[in-house]
Structures are given as structure tokens and as C-alpha cells.
Design a protein. Structure first.
Length: 95
């Protein structure tokens, strides 16, 4: 597989009022078609490296990675996302 589209599948409105939303550190919908992917909940915007594309996702757009081009999204020194000695979870939808 040469493309790996990734997108968020739970909207913030669906999570509003729940413990998941109240304790959420970052949320990336990946709706952007290029450039920086905005953290719509926190301050951990993702920098686009080697021009990650986009594709139609389950909800709106999705990031579309081409492995042969070494494309990725990155956040150096993420606020509130350092693993350390804490419990944390990461969720994504891969197709």
C-alpha cells in the first residue's frame, strides 16, 4: 500500500461534556489540505514534512501519506503529550 490516509472519527461536539473531552490534550481533525495541521483543542499543531497530501476521509478530509516520499506530521516538544510516568492513550482510524 503506497498511501495511508488518517483522520479523526469522533467530533468534538459528540465528545462535549464527557470525561474524554474534558481530559483531552490535543485533537487533530486533519481537515487541512496541506501545510500545518491545527490542534483544534490544544496547542500542539503538527508540522507537515515532505508535503503530506489529503484524501477523502470518513469525516471530511484525511491526511494521505506516501511512504516512498518519507512524508509525516510532527510536533517537537509537545505540550501535555510527554509520556513520562503517566497513563495516556492515542486513537486513530486507519484504512
Amino acid at each position: 500500500m503506497s498511501h495511508l490516509p488518517i483522520t479523526g472519527v469522533v467530533s468534538q461536539s459528540a465528545a462535549s461534556g464527557s470525561d474524554l473531552y474534558n481530559n483531552l490534550t490535543s485533537y487533530w481533525s486533519l481537515d487541512e489540505t496541506s501545510g500545518t495541521r491545527t490542534d483544534s483543542h490544544g496547542s500542539n499543531d503538527l508540522t507537515d514534512t515532505n508535503t503530506v497530501g489529503y484524501a477523502t476521509g470518513v469525516v471530511s478530509n484525511a491526511a494521505d501519506y506516501v511512504a516512498a516520499n518519507s512524508e509525516y506530521l510532527v510536533k517537537a516538544n509537545p505540550t501535555g503529550l510527554n509520556g513520562g510516568d503517566r497513563d495516556w492513550a492515542f486513537a486513530t482510524w486507519l484504512n
